[in-house]
Design a binder for this molecule. Sequence first.
Ligand code: NAP
Length: 278
Amino acid sequence: MILDGKTLKQKILDENKKIINDNNYKIKLAIILVGNNEASKIYIRNKELACNYVGIEVDKYLLDEETKEEYLIELINKLNSDNKITGIILQSPVPSQIDFNKCSGLINAKKDVDGFTKENIYNLYLGVDTILPCTVKGIIKLLEEYKIKISGENVVIVGRGNIVGHPLSLAMLNKDATVTIAHSKTNNLKDITKKADILISATGIPHLIKEDMIKENATIIDVGVAKIDGKIVGDVDFLNVSKKAKYITPNPGGVGPMTVAMIIDNLIFMYERGIKNG
Ligand code: NAP
């Protein structure tokens, strides 16, 4: 069965549009892009379209490739103290003169849509209610929508990146999964992936996950994005793996749309928390 992220995204956007409209929420997102990365431009366009659809205002800050780190820090500080701004996204990657971790870490934790600041990651580590990284939250929502059991299951995550694999391992642990994390130095990857009830691959290595690496009736989540001849290719050899899996995400059309939907979800969460806390 296909885990249809595209359809679920639309359902989430419609629900959120109604919440924003019914409550007359005035939510505003600031997106900062430094440089000319073409993929980043597409990503922020998708985020902007989703915001426009649900009634969230977007301020875009498109900075030159040569922007100095001090300038970016000044902008982040300004947005942090602007009461009209609900959330801030610093789009990655950034040019080499800018330290992404340092700068994204300066975003006020309450406005941290991506959930990358120390405070939010520490809350994730503690297992308290917090702003989750959008891809992580999107994967969990997708599993929950299809009523796929997480608690007690063997969840294998391939990839330990800071944006997906690493925070996802904590979130899955918080959901009582038995978590294994594999990476590029892992010995005998196949022996590990074959034990997964839920296998989540977030490497960016095209078709890393083959049919003989999965257990019969497993759930397969393909996060990776690579391009071959201008076409998006995931981590999973979908054509063959889908014959053996019980549930599988298409790619594109699985995790990607869920990531965008969760930006809206996080912004509403942050806005409502702001109202509650005054
Ligand atoms: P990352 O930080 O570069 O991490 C990639 C991970 O893959 C690393 O942990 C690396 O291991 C591991 N890896 C590389 N080759 C491997 C191999 N042959 N076998 C096993 N593991 C291997 O990337 P990321 O930011 O986490 O993103 C991962 C992928 O997800 C990328 O393709 C990205 O574009 C995609 N992504 C998609 C979405 C979405 O919404 N669909 C959102 C975010 C990211 P080491 O740590 O040992 O180097």
